[in-house]
Design a protein around this ligand. Structure first.
Ligand code: FAD
Length: 468
């Protein structure tokens, strides 16, 4: 039995992002971004209309959406603990991949079938939103819309997927965009010799750091002030006026009426009420320089999730431009040692784990056998390029924390995106902006279960206790 996130958290206390994180493939290929260290030592202004904490895709898109809704950019300050967009947004595995049905039974058990339908529909909507956004603004973030395979590598997992597919369909979920293949046909279609079954649906991939940086650039052009290397240590009630908040940083204090926490895995440092419900998890990904089986006309046009079980899987995309393969590995893979699995619960993104890297390369050989697919580096320059990690924020009930912070008028949250931020942020951040600007939850179109309420918190605690 795999220990739960909550069990593994032990005495780990909430933290700000740690100094000296490793660099991902995405960061290594964008080191000349001119705003990487913007306002690195400039004091923060004493007041601002809106303060956004965090400059990942959530923070950057929140600022962008505010300016799209006629808020003057000059009234917006973004405070970032490290360099621009240095969190999970610049460290992920590049997939913009909605869940098409797989999580249905799990979400239903936690949030009820209606919310489960909405959670899955929302992810599909995000893919459309990202596609439309990139086209509308011509964003050079290497976004590729294609399709993805969920490949079932064991009969048990094929049965699990089939159950979810049927349950989702029966509950009224739309599966018209999902195609299914089995046996020999699945092997042929996916190219995976051990595939038992495969589902295919629309999905995409992108260069996530380029997307975050484009958003931050656009905000800066519209007058938004980004302060990098400026960790927020506290948000307190201001003595200067009712309904005002003081945001404390090492370079001064900003007083504001509106604070938006886009701090993902780190959100509980400033919002302690989230602490029991948010666990940092270190995820790992790898870049590989394509061997012949993935070069030129053999380059992949689809993306993959290769799944042995719910907690044991590998994600794979291939970038169109330079052909780099990005291989992500599941965190709670039961075949890994207990020590490695325990090590996942951490804020440390300064290094990668050797055992996970070894597992990734070993599995590659199983999934893609043969000399032409070899990534062991027999040809100098081919094969493993880089390994990196990033911290994702796992919530106790697998959906993000979005909306007003109860009892703290003027504070908002958009955090806790787990391994699915790219499939969620593009509706959540615009949703938060709508509410900040006075609209109701119903106008956001978001699943109601994303809101962080006392009721939801109590439910998460009860679920945790029932597992003890
Ligand atoms: C290895 C890996 C693979 C992944 N693969 C995928 C994938 O393929 N598809 C997918 O959808 N998702 C994936 N994810 C998850 C995805 O990257 C995240 O869900 C998403 O990037 C979250 O965006 P965000 O802006 O909310 O958070 P982040 O990008 O983490 O941004 C939060 C920001 O807040 C800053 N911050 C935090 N605390 C403070 C503070 N106190 N003061 C100032 N600043 C602060 C941080 O430095 C950070 O820049 C992956 C993540 C990792 C690490």
């Amino acid at each position: 039995m795999i220990a739960s996130n909550e069990d593994l958290k032990g005495s780990l206390t909430p933290s700000a992002p740690l100094p000296k994180p490793c660099l991902s493939y995405w960061q290594r290929t964008t080191r000349a971004y001119p705003h990487l260290n913007i306002n690195k030592s400039t004091p923060v202004p004493s007041s601002a209309k809106y303060v956004i904490i965090g400059s990942g895709i959530s923070g950057a898109l929140t600022a962008f959406e505010l300016t799209e809704n006629d808020v003057d950019g000059k009234g917006i300050v973004i405070l970032e603990a490290r360099e621009a967009a240095s969190g999970a947004s610049s460290r992920n595995a590049g997939h913009v991949r909605p869940d098409a049905f797989r999580g249905f039974k799990h979400y239903s058990s936690l949030h009820g079938p209606d919310q489960a339908l909405k959670i899955i529909a929302n992810e599909r909507l995000v893919l459309d939103r990202v596609d439309q956004f990139v086209k509308k603004y011509n964003v050079p973030c290497d976004f590729q819309l294609s399709s993805t395979f969920d490949v079932c590598m064991t009969p048990e997992f094929a049965a699990y997927e089939a159950e979810n597919f049927e349950a989702f369909k029966k509950a009224g979920g739309d599966v018209s965009h999902v195609s299914f293949t089995n046996g020999e046909e699945a092997k042929k279609r996916t190219g995976i010799k051990d595939a038992i079954a495969a589902y295919e649906w629309p999905a995409g991939s992108s260069h996530p750091a380029k997307l975050a940086q484009w958003l931050l650039n656009s905000c800066i052009e519209r007058g938004v002030q980004l302060f990098t290397h400026c960790p927020v240590s506290k948000v307190s009630k201001s003595e200067t006026g009712e309904k005002l908040w003081d945001v404390h940083t090492p370079r001064g204090m900003v007083t504001t009426s509106t604070v938006i926490h886009c701090t993902n895995a780190y959100a509980s440092l400033l919002l302690p009420q989230l602490e029991p419900h948010l666990t940092p998890n270190r995820a790992q990904a790898h870049s590989l320089i394509a061997p012949p089986a993935f070069s030129a006309e053999n380059a992949l046009t689809k993306t993959f999730s290769l799944r042995y079980s719910l907690h044991h899987f590998y994600s794979l995309i291939q970038r169109r431009g330079d052909g780099t393969l990005i291989l992500g590995v599941s965190r709670a893979n039961p075949t890994l040692s207990t020590e490695t699995r325990r090590g996942v619960v951490t804020y440390d993104d300064g290094k990668y784990n050797d055992e996970i890297l070894e597992d990734a390369l070993k599995q590659w050989k199983v999934l893609f056998p043969g000399e032409e697919a070899d990534v062991s580096g027999t040809v100098h320059g081919e094969g493993l390029d880089h390994a990196w990690t990033g911290i994702i924020g796992m919530t106790g009930d697998f959906v993000p924390f979005v909306g007003p912070v109860e009892g703290m008028d003027g504070q908002w949250v958009c955090a806790g995106f787990g391994g699915h931020g790219m499939a969620r942020i593009f509706t959540c951040a615009p949703g938060v902006v709508k509410m900040v600007l006075g609209k109701d939850w119903s106008e956001t179109g978001l699943p109601e279960c994303f809101e962080f309420t006392q009721k939801r918190a109590a439910k998460m605690i009860a679920a945790q206790e029932s597992q003890v």
